[in-house]
Design a protein around this ligand. Structure first.
Ligand code: GLN
Length: 535
């Protein structure tokens, strides 16, 4: 850690300020200024990881290359900054406590009383150090939660200590806070922001830079007031106003206020040059596409919370950027279309995507959506559970297996076209035990997938327990559903397609996790392009 500079990002007043997007934007800007940057998220809740949490509680579970089930902010980090996160990029309080308690049980504390300070804080500091390497110039650490939360305290104490150890001239504390506009009085208020930075000062953290999330433009008096009350130079108060068009505007807005230069100055590194021309060019296409409107329906079961499918919606946007499409996505609750009459919700769309999921609720609606896409010859992309639904649909509708199902939902089905993977038998723990992370896959030459990827050897990230039962491969192929991506040993079906359909591709893996605004995922690009061509 000798020369590594530390940038800590905390949040104040309320959650959901977009701290992850801000942290990711900072990582992008610092990388573009020529620095090797790592970025990590610390989550104060007690689950060991978000893998077993409901998407309604936590949004999407983001899967890393090395198979960790993590916070969705890591998706922002990878998409914005082009970094590759690992299981060291996300620690929860639960994970920290479980290693402290494990060590205590093994006698690792040699009879001492185990306490939050220093034992839990030491474990947090070790976790932060694990998040970057010897050659990292700048380690960015985002602390989840809000200043003032009881459960955040050990994390804030740990970053206070680390900041002191690294040296105040090598550390920057960035505080993201809320500056609300009160409609009733017609005023912008700085008091909540003053108070949240006050909470940090009470525990020994002096924010160096204040980033103010606002709906309305702040006036000079607000900047000056915040600078005065928070003991900051005026220029260290930054405005981060809601963006109307695209979250990918955020780094450009922050750079315009020299946030990246302020951080570098604070940690004692030269600013270097900043070239965002490719990013701005991408943004230009995202904001004013010339290829016309295309409408994609995403049929899932947590549609009330778009965060539950964060990477899917982002990857669709990337596909649209690549195709110059004016993308409209509509979220359709799968439960609402199960009975056939609800299918009218899919009338007029140009493509249908069925994403991943768990549990029986909404399954019949997803299968109905696959059938709709197949019969209407609408471009279809199935992902994970979406692929499993495509297999079930072909088995039921075209291979005479009316009761075909996945054993996840119907353990005694006569036709288990989707069944538990062999190495999952006997697994009882739910956390971290699925087939997770990156696995290689070999594509069939001439397939739609091969055309999209432009190569035959790919690697994609997985998160599932069930698979396409190879015993049914022949029968389903006769019914038009062909396996076009297999694990290198030829056993696992990773992609299926319908060659008799304009664009019907479904994969067992999650391509959405690897899509980037500057490098749209080939399957999402192919899917959006097919949807445009079919208009
Ligand atoms: N529930 C399915 C399985 O475990 C699909 C998982 C998913 O869509 N991520 O195989």
């Amino acid at each position: 850690m000798a020369g590594t500079r530390l940038v800590f990002i905390t949040g104040g007043v309320v959650s959901s300020l977009g701290k992850g997007i801000t942290a990711a934007s900072i990582a992008l800007l610092l990388r573009r200024r020529g620095y090797r940057v790592s970025i990590q998220k610390l989550d104060p809740y007690l689950n060991v990881d978000p893998g077993t949490m409901s998407p309604y509680q936590h949004g999407e579970v983001y899967v890393t290359e090395d198979g960790a089930e993590t916070d969705l902010d890591l998706g922002h980090y990878e998409r914005f900054a082009g970094v590759t996160c690992t299981r060291s990029s996300n620690f929860t309080a639960g994970r920290i406590y479980s290693s402290v308690l494990g060590r205590e049980r093994r006698g690792g504390y040699l009879g001492r009383t185990v306490q939050v300070i220093p034992h839990v804080t030491d474990e947090i500091k070790a976790a932060i150090r694990e998040g970057f390497g010897e050659d990292t110039h700048i380690a960015i650490v985002e602390v989840g939660g809000t200043a003032g939360d009881i459960e955040s305290l050990p994390f804030l104490e740990a970053i206070r200590q680390l900041g002191t150890e690294a040296g105040r001239d090598r550390t920057a504390f960035v505080h993201l806070t809320l500056v609300p506009y009160l409609k009733a009085s017609g005023e912008t208020k700085t008091k909540p922001a003053q108070q949240s930075s006050g909470i940090l000062r009470e525990i020994g953290i002096f924010p160096d830079i204040l980033i103010c999330r606002t709906e309305r433009p702040m006036q000079e008096e607000h900047f000056e007031k915040l600078a005065l009350f928070c003991s900051l130079p005026r220029r260290n108060v930054i405005e981060e106003r809601d963006v109307s068009g695209s979250i990918y505007e955020v780094p450009v807005e922050l750079a315009a206020q020299h946030l990246d230069e302020l951080i570098l100055e604070k940690v004692g590194l030269p600013p270097g040059g900043l070239d965002l021309s490719d990013w701005k060019e991408m943004l230009g296409r995202a904001l004013s596409p010339s290829g016309g409107r295309v409408t994609i329906a995403v049929v899932g079961k947590y549609m009330a919370l778009r965060d539950a499918y964060k990477s899917i919606f982002e990857a669709l946007k990337h596909g649209a950027i690549a195709c110059d499409a004016d993308l409209e996505t509509i979220g359709v609750e799968s439960e609402e279309i199960a009975d056939g009459s609800g299918l009218t919700k899919l009338e007029g769309v140009n493509g249908i995507l069925v994403p991943g999921g768990f549990g029986y609720r909404g399954i019949e609606g997803k299968i109905a959506a696959v059938r709709f896409a197949r019969e209407r010859r609408l471009p279809f992309l199935g992902i994970c559970l979406g692929m499993q639904c495509a297999v079930i649909e072909t088995a039921r509708s075209l291979a005479g297996m009316e009761d075909a199902h996945s054993t996840e939902f119907e353990p005694d089905t006569k036709h288990p076209v989707i069944n538990l993977m062999a190495d999952q038998a006997g697994v009882t723990d739910l956390g971290g035990t699925m087939r997770l992370g990156a696995w290689p896959c070999r594509l069939e030459p001439g397939s739609k997938a091969a055309a999209c990827y432009g190569t035959l050897d790919i690697s994609e990230r997985h998160r599932h327990r069930y698979e396409f039962n190879p015993a049914y491969a022949c029968e389903l192929e006769k019914a038009g559903l062909v396996r076009t991506g297999l694990s290198p040993d030829g056993t696992l079906a990773e992609i299926v397609e319908r060659p008799d359909h304009p664009w019907f591709v479904a994969c067992q893996f999650h391509p959405e996790f690897k899509s980037r605004p500057l490098a749209p995922h080939p399957l999402f690009e192919g899917f959006v392009r097919a949807a445009m061509e079919g208009r």
